[in-house]
Design a protein around this ligand. Structure first.
Ligand code: ZN
Length: 307
């Protein structure tokens, strides 16, 4: 049983760029988001509101949002801009910047959560509970991402019972979506299937989203397993840009164009235009200093060839 459509959430402007060493101008970030919209993206993780000392690439998050809000009627086109946050302060900034959706991260391992957000998992869950209420009052879509859901760079294996526990906590807070993130790219299709099953059981009726990194080349296999297991949204980045600060030499998110190609061939609608995605990936490679990006579709071409 496959769904007839899937949300392919474009995260190049956030997760992709966040891991790039070259600082990208605000204008180019805005351009990337506009090009993503033109290529068919309707949910876009546009920015994160995190400590600029720790993530310099996201220091201009408010400016990116302000430019998009002043010059484009993205809501009119049905586009939802997502801001990623790690704590209450980030949530306040996201609200002020005018995001449509907030994505709050809690990490599945205690050590990684402590390193990433500076507090314990229990404290992060408390902040999520508080901000979820505000988000609801403001009419914002509110989702929770479980980071390092398949393995941790510090603690190693992550017990799958932790997925059930965190999904149940998020469910109790009334979130509309729960994302399982393979932050360091160590998941496999069976683990994906099992963990989605556990998350669904712990949060009946909540949409499941997945975030895969192609660090060990299991990204598309994991995406396929996720769709079969009932995930309704997948995070991808154009060109497959990104990386992971904890896995040097790692490749980035699963490439948008490759994922869309696979889903469309399977008969699952995504709303994207493949030639426009390939063109945007080429443009993005130039912006990033002329480097070759991991995405494969641009190298091989669309099949069957466009008329
Ligand atoms: Zn990521």
């Amino acid at each position: 049983m496959l769904p007839s459509k899937i949300d392919v959430i474009e995260v190049s402007a956030r997760d992709g760029l966040q891991n790039e060493k070259t600082l990208i101008s605000t204008a180019d970030k805005v351009q990337l988001i506009r090009r993503s919209v033109a290529a068919g993206a309707r949910r876009i993780e546009a920015v994160s509101f995190v400590n600029p000392q720790r993530v310099p690439q996201m220091a201009d998050a408010a400016e990116v949002m302000a430019t998009l809000r002043s010059e484009d009627d993205l809501r009119g086109q049905g586009v939802s801009l997502i801001g990623l946050v790690l704590n209450q302060r980030g949530f306040d900034r996201a609200l002020e910047a005018g995001v449509d959706e907030v994505n709050f991260v809690v990490v599945a391992s205690e050590t990684f959560n402590q390193r990433n957000q500076g507090v314990s998992i229990a404290q992060t869950l408390e902040q999520i509970a508080q901000t979820a209420l505000i988000a609801k009052a403001e009419g914002l879509t509110f989702g929770v991402t479980i980071g390092a859901a398949f393995g941790c760079p510090f603690e190693g294996e992550v017990d799958e019972a932790q997925i059930s526990r965190l999904a149940a906590a998020a469910f109790a807070m009334g979130v509309s979506e729960i994302a399982l993130a393979d932050t360091i790219g160590v998941g496999d299709p069976i683990a994906v299937e099992r963990r989605i099953g556990l998350a669904k059981a712990a949060s009946p009726g909540v949409r499941i989203r997945c975030h895969f990194h192609n660090t060990r080349n299991t990204g598309l296999a994991n995406a396929y397993a996720a769709v079969r297991a009932g995930a309704m949204a997948l995070d991808t980045s154009i060109g497959g840009i990104g990386g992971c600060p904890f896995a040097p030499a790692a490749t980035g998110n699963i490439p948008t164009e490759d994922t869309v190609y696979m889903l469309e061939r399977m008969g699952i609608a995504t709303g994207y235009d493949l030639p426009a995605l390939i063109e945007t990936a080429d443009w993005l490679g130039e912006v990033l200093g002329g480097k070759a990006l991991p995405g494969m579709l641009g190298k091989a071409g669309v099949f069957p060839a466009a008329a």
